[in-house]
Design a protein around this ligand. Structure first.
Ligand code: TMP
Length: 219
């Protein structure tokens, strides 16, 4: 099962995905955790270019190709082999981030982005996408606080305007509404323990039903 986490800035998804990873491992599931951009040696080098606040002149077209290059490496080197082994793969951001940030945020053509993404991933789509929703101002405030506390980076994307981040969030909500069987929206303004409990409930439900489908298939 391929599970992705999405959300605007400051949604807390990195903390939540790590807690889910620890929990599932504790339950005895084979599970791996990775993130975008990055997750491979080449991907981490691309991440450094993408997030460097000095790269203020980066074109949105270059940005999408760099994210896609990192994604192509990650899918081929890490995600597909793990899925083939039967692991649950948890990924902190995936192709929906491209549609949200480069598509809805920067206004690049959504169909073109979908084609580039399909090329980069060989058409790999998550089985489940957990979307942690937080209002833009609240998310940016949390991110700034984490940056000041030294627990988060302040990257090139964080420096975009509030309007940009509003379009990103709107885009996420639209995508979630368009594909409700894959997306699951969780209110990330709730206390972190409540958010984690809601995530576990959704994931365990999916794991149980996918186990049942596989068993029926075998019988
Ligand atoms: P994060 O590590 O805090 O999730 O930051 C990743 C940043 O990269 C975040 O601002 C969203 C951005 N991003 C895109 O703009 N497009 C993409 O395709 C991906 C994967 C991330």
């Amino acid at each position: 099962m391929f599970i992705t986490f999405e959300g605007p800035e400051g949604s807390g998804k990195t903390t939540q995905i790590q807690q889910l990873y620890t929990y599932l491992r504790g339950q005895g599931y084979p599970v791996m955790l990775t993130r975008e951009p990055g997750g491979t040696s080449i991907g981490d080098q691309i991440r450094a270019i993408l997030h460097d606040p000095r790269n203020t002149d980066m074109r949105p077209e270059a940005e999408i190709l760099l994210y896609s290059a990192s994604r192509a490496q990650l899918v081929a080197q890490v995600i597909r082999p793990a899925l083939a082994r039967g692991d649950i793969v948890l990924c902190d951001r995936y192709a929906d981030s491209t549609l949200a940030y480069q598509g809805y945020g920067h206004g690049l053509d959504l169909d073109l982005l979908r084609r580039i993404t399909a090329f980069a991933t060989g058409g790999l789509i998550p089985d489940l996408t957990i979307y942690l929703d937080v209002p833009v101002e609240e998310g940016l405030r949390r991110k700034q606080a984490a940056y000041r506390a030294g627990t988060a980076e302040w990257n090139r994307m964080d420096a975009q305007t509030v309007e940009f981040h509003r379009r990103v969030r709107e885009g996420y909500l639209r995508m979630a509404a368009a594909e409700p069987e894959r997306w699951h929206i969780i209110d990330a303004t709730a206390p972190p323990e409540a958010v984690q409990a809601a995530i576990r409930q959704v994931v365990e439900q999916r794991l149980i039903s996918s186990h049942r489908v596989h068993r029926e298939h075998r019988e």
